[in-house]
Design a binder for this molecule. Structure first.
Ligand code: HEC
Ligand code: HEC
Ligand code: HEC
Ligand code: HEC
Ligand code: HEC
Ligand code: HEC
Length: 511
């Protein structure tokens, strides 16, 4: 060079020297370095902070590692491209494939460095993958990350008896299969959230929920249930005095394990000795016209609803579901309590002052109204309750203004934790199937209208599932009628075994 003669083939090229000094590799190296620095920083932050945000996890364990790997791949890719470019410029001088000669110290060192750094990288990525696995299974990831979408379920979960049970224990179940399946559907869900394509409310029931044997039964042991359990129901009448009412009831929780005694009571259905399969004609599984019971001896009884018989063709084609825990306990963790019950609980706990006239009725009414947004609900609830006392009970408004304000704040809290207008989620969209007061529940089958060809009926007698021990109304003890009714209804509505409680009791405005 330097003799003025132009070199048609360019300067003599070294096959390796400076190979990494090309645009692609440099970008790759920079990307990898920045990502690594970010990961280290975020991991440090998540160690230091007591309540790390789930976004931190998604960056530290998913996003930056992806960029790190991309960067690390770009480095050799750029080198390979550069080598190819050099080979094209100087045909013949550079062999097609790199020659590795371990007798040359430079190459030996390079290889040793490559092997050592690969080993370290593999080790770190194993740790990282495990943390990513743990993180994508965490309650924060499930409940908070898509906070707008999951707010109803997450809020209800935090107040439920299962608030300490991770989401995945019920929704994913153990094993790699469950993990992969959940991450596959999870990827679709992320897409749905990003592009605002998710349904409101999130549909229930969850079609592909793991069978209860793999989730609930890992903690709850079906064969341990037996006998009856006392439960007290507290109510306050929708009258001026908010008259307290009490129902003390023995619930025949029963058992299902034949070796522990005859299967009996409510957990009779629990599959151990008896199998129940049914057909629901609606997506929410609220309308059940066909039920099949198979007992321990294998004897099959088919019950059909009087008013909506399915043809044998419809029965053959329909999807049949085997009954398990979730067909009754559909709200073990996401309990959207009806206003009627929420307000009764607050009155019973003293969070709302029961001496405020008509507070039961007023609170249930404002909670049942429709509001466009949660924020609007908060303002309206306050102004409506205040206005009620200002206009109807000015003396109370003066004398008990503190109680009124406490009631206002409690009713607002009830709204916040059980009713979610943005996701159209509340007790109406997500009924609880245990019981029968506010939604058909047990009466989906036990309505006295499901009969077999031999004339057997799925029983509706009021003492099949529970026995009322005592009933109080204000200070008075009521006379509990004999079976088959066994319950004294506050107002005369005729034969109790002929009515559907949820026809009148909606859980919202009304009784
Ligand atoms: C104790 C078990 C359990 C736990 C813990 C649990 N879930 Fe659920 N989840 C259920 C059941 C049961 C259903 C309803 C299934 C049905 O009706 O088919 C459900 C339904 C849902 C639904 C569908 C909408 C609905 O309300 O029916 C979403 C969304 C959901 N869960 C999210 C979560 C999130 C997020 C967490 C953790 C914060 C969580 N779940 C924790 C048992 C659980
Ligand atoms: C990881 C263990 C675990 C799993 C899984 C689990 N539970 Fe529970 N469950 C508990 C514990 C612990 C309690 C008791 C909580 C308490 O008393 O505060 C409980 C309480 C309950 C109760 C009584 C609630 C009440 O109001 O007192 C019901 C009903 C129940 N679980 C049903 C279910 C169903 C249905 C499933 C499956 C969808 C399920 N559980 C899954 C641990 C679990
Ligand atoms: C036919 C409906 C039905 C089915 C199916 C069912 N349960 Fe129940 N379970 C009930 C009722 C009703 C109660 C009493 C609840 C109450 O009064 O609050 C109850 C009570 C419970 C309790 C609380 C009992 C206690 O001693 O504290 C647990 C825990 C429970 N069920 C778990 C399960 C599990 C797990 C399964 C599935 C293996 C299951 N249940 C299946 C209806 C059912
Ligand atoms: C999918 C339909 C279906 C639902 C929902 C249902 N059951 Fe049942 N239940 C049956 C069938 C069928 C039988 C068996 C009737 C027979 O053949 O004796 C039965 C029997 C029972 C028995 C035993 C009755 C006896 O004679 O000893 C009890 C108790 C019971 N159910 C309680 C409940 C409770 C409580 C609920 C609601 C939490 C409920 N069931 C929901 C279908 C259902
Ligand atoms: C198939 C079982 C079953 C039958 C039949 C049944 N019940 Fe119930 N009932 C239940 C269960 C389960 C609960 C408890 C619900 C809960 O824990 O929230 C309940 C709760 C109640 C309550 C208390 C509700 C509350 O919130 O205060 C009353 C009152 C009641 N039943 C009356 C009746 C009457 C009257 C009949 C007869 C027409 C009847 N039940 C038939 C299962 C049944
Ligand atoms: C025809 C409508 C109707 C039907 C059906 C009905 N109820 Fe009622 N129920 C009422 C009315 C109205 C009240 C309120 C009376 C009052 O206090 O002013 C009431 C009050 C109650 C209360 C007291 C609640 C409170 O807040 O004070 C209970 C518990 C109750 N009913 C249970 C049942 C059960 C269980 C069934 C099903 C077997 C049933 N009801 C069916 C109309 C009905």
């Amino acid at each position: 060079m330097g003799d003025g003669e132009s070199l048609p083939r360019g300067p003599a090229v070294h096959p390796y020297r400076g190979l990494a000094r090309n645009f692609t590799s440099l970008i790759g190296a920079a990307l990898a370095a920045i990502s690594l620095a970010n990961i280290v920083f975020l991991v440090l932050v998540s160690w230091i902070s007591s309540q790390p945000s789930p976004y931190l996890g998604i960056l530290a364990f998913l996003v930056f590692p992806a960029f790190l790997i991309l960067g690390l791949l770009l480095v050799p890719a750029g080198m390979w491209l550069e080598r190819r470019r050099r080979r094209k410029r100087t045909p013949g001088e550079i062999s097609k494939f790199p020659q590795i000669d371990l007798n040359r110290p430079a190459q030996r060192n390079a290889l040793a460095f490559f092997v050592a750094s690969s080993a370290v990288f593999l080790l770190l990525s194993a740790v990282g993958s495990y943390r990513a696995y743990e993180f994508t299974d965490s309650v924060e990831f499930c409940g908070q990350l898509c906070h707008a979408v999951m707010a109803p379920e997450y809020t209800a979960y935090l107040r439920s008896p299962h608030a300490r049970v991770p989401c995945v224990d019920c929704h994913v179940g153990p094993g790699a299969g469950g993990y992969v399946r959940s991450k596959l559907s999870g990827s679709y869900q992320v897409y749905a959230v990003v592009f605002n394509k998710y349904p409101r409310p999130i549909p229930t029931p969850v079609v592909n929920l793991r069978p209860a044997q793999e989730t609930c039964e890992r903690c709850h042991w079906p064969s341990k249930f037996y006998g009856a359990q006392l439960k007290v129901f507290y109510h306050y009448a929708p009258d001026e005095k908010n008259t307290p009412r009490q129902i003390r009831m023995l619930i025949n929780v029963g058992g299902a394990e034949p070796s522990a005694g005859l299967p009996s009571g409510i957990h009779w259905h629990m599959n151990l000795a008896n199998q129940i399969t049914y057909i629901a004609t609606d997506a929410a599984r609220q309308v059940i016209p066909w039920v099949q019971a198979k007992d321990m001896q294998g004897k099959v009884t088919i019950y059909t609803a009087k008013d909506s018989r399915l043809s044998s063709e419809q029965v053959n084609q329909a999807e049949k579901r085997r009954m398990d825990c979730i067909d009754c306990h559909d709200r073990p963790s996401h309990i959207f309590t009806p206003p009627d019950r929420s307000v009764d609980e607050s009155l019973q706990a003293g969070r709302i002052d029961a001496s405020l006239p008509f507070i039961k009725q007023e609170a249930v009414t404002v909670l049942s109204n429709t509001y466009a947004t949660a924020a609007e609900a908060q303002t309206q609830i306050a102004s409506e309750i205040r206005q009620f006392y200002q206009s109807k009970y000015p003396q109370v408004d003066q004398a008990q203004s503190q109680s009124i304000e406490t009631a206002v704040s409690d009713v607002r809290k009830i709204y916040q934790s059980t009713i979610f207008p943005a996701m159209k989620t509340d007790w109406r969209s997500h009924p609880d199937n245990v019981g029968h007061l506010y939604s058909p529940g047990c009466f989906r089958c036990h309505d006295g209208q499901h009969t077999s060809a031999e004339g057997k009926v799925i029983p509706k007698d009021c003492n099949t599932c529970h026995t009322v021990q005592a009933q109080l109304e204000g200070a008075a003890t009521l006379q509990v009628p004999a079976p088959p009714t066994g319950f004294s209804h506050p107002v005369d509505i005729g034969d109790l075994t002929q009515v559907n409680c949820s026809d009148c009791h909606s859980g919202g405005v009304g009784p």
